[in-house]
Ligand binder design. Structure first.
Ligand code: SF4
Length: 392
């Protein structure tokens, strides 16, 4: 086996922040959409695909809601939404907003007065369906308020909000009725001269969501908020979301995403970044590449993977680390990893960017060397990041 030999690096590893990295393979250029700014976060117009989520706390419970948003922010959430079912929830926004560091979206159903209240109390965006918020005069008042405060509005249609005449026209819930409902709601805002619009068309069926978003992306240039609604518990919900959002994002469709899971909010955010990272659209955390193992395996790969995974949980730098079960095929299969560890009978290889750094006969020593290399990479990346921030 010929592996080029490298020395342990003394220069910092390349810092890849959470923005898009190099041109991702297999991903079509992003569809051209308007750029709409949500509390300082650009959505659309080629901006990085923003990750968002929604609190499941009672918005009136300010302390709990703020605590949950802090956890979500720590996990990487860039825009957060809260439900505003009544006046007290709208009032609570005035106390929540100053305590959080990310834009807040007020989710309102039916009551135009709550939309105005949420805007007045500091919301950065409103999520409504103009068709069910009130008559023309009431919509005009909501739009005037959003214009005054330079707030965007998300028109969020879903299977449950499609108007009866469209259900009759298209024979029920389907991509065609979703799309026409979305465009009808958009037209209501446009009639009032409002264009700071973000659009979502959510379905619980991934195929239907794909068809609806594909269709609407051909019909308007508003930025699209992707989501599969009622996706289910963590495992199945993540799979459904990955299928729908992964397909659309690979086609260049989608400007912000929310994974909806019956489960923890941080799991939603991790899943969202997982989808973006798998496509090379965002890199935020370390990535572990490991082989499925096969009849050539000569080591306990599972325990090695577990141990490396524990180390990676302590890191923030988006390093790519490979753990492979043999020294014959492993190095070639994981050539593009920042660091790699490959085990065989009586030998362990540590590599960096496909080049051999050191050969070990002892697994523990190899693992320790990898851990200290990763920790050093993390420290270097963090200090470079601090230096970059200082000069920017
Ligand atoms: Fe099999 Fe080696 Fe490939 Fe793992 S790296 S799947 S052990 S050939």
């Amino acid at each position: 086996m010929q592996i080029p030999v490298a020395t342990i690096p003394t220069t910092p590893v390349e810092v890849r922040d959470s923005r898009p990295d190099e041109r991702p393979w297999g991903v079509l250029p992003r569809s051209s959409t308007r750029c709409v700014t949500v509390g300082g976060v650009p959505v659309g117009g080629g901006a990085p695909v923003a990750v968002q989520s929604m609190c499941d706390t009672d918005t009136r419970d300010v302390a709990k809601t703020v605590a949950q948003i802090h956890d979500m922010q720590e996990a990487g959430c860039e825009i957060v939404r809260v439900a505003v079912p009544d006046k007290a929830a709208g009032e609570a926004i005035a106390k929540i907003r100053p305590q959080i560091g990310i834009p807040l979206v007020a989710d309102i159903h039916f009551d135009w007065r709550l939309a105005i209240l949420a805007a007045e109390k500091g919301a950065d965006k409103l999520r409504i369906n103009p068709g069910n918020i009130g008559g023309r005069q009431r919509i005009a008042e909501v739009v005037a308020c959003a214009k005054d405060r330079v707030l965007p509005i998300r028109v969020g249609v879903n299977q449950g909000s499609i108007e009866k005449d469209l259900l009759d026209k298209y024979g029920g819930n389907n991509p065609d009725s979703l799309v026409e409902s979305a465009l009808r709601n958009v037209a209501i805002l446009e009639e009032h001269g409002f264009q700071d619009i973000i659009l979502s068309l959510k379905s619980s069926n991934p195929g239907e969501a794909i068809a609806a978003y594909r269709s609407v992306s051909q019909k308007c240039q508003y930025p699209l908020h992707l989501g599969v609604t009622e996706a289910g518990p963590e495992k199945t919900g993540t799979l459904k979301s990955a299928v729908a959002m992964g397909t659309l994002l690979a086609e260049g469709i989608g400007d912000t995403i929310r994974v909806s899971l019956t489960g923890s909010k941080t799991a939603e955010i991790e899943a969202a970044y997982g989808i973006l990272q798998a496509l090379g659209l965002r890199r935020r955390s370390p990535e572990l590449v490991s082989c499925p193992s096969c009849g050539r395996i000569e080591i306990d790969l599972m325990s090695l993977v577990d141990e490396v995974q524990q180390t990676l949980k302590q890191l923030k730098t988006p390093l790519k680390v490979a753990v492979m079960g043999c020294v014959v095929n492993g190095p070639g299969e994981a050539r593009d990893a920042d660091w790699g560890i490959f085990g065989g009978k009586g030998v362990y290889l540590l590599t960096r960017k496909g080049e051999l750094v050191e050969r070990f006969t002892d697994r523990e020593a190899a693992q320790k060397a990898l851990t200290s290399a990763l920790m050093e990479s993390e420290a270097n990346a963090q200090s470079t990041s601090v230096a970059l921030t200082a000069v920017s």
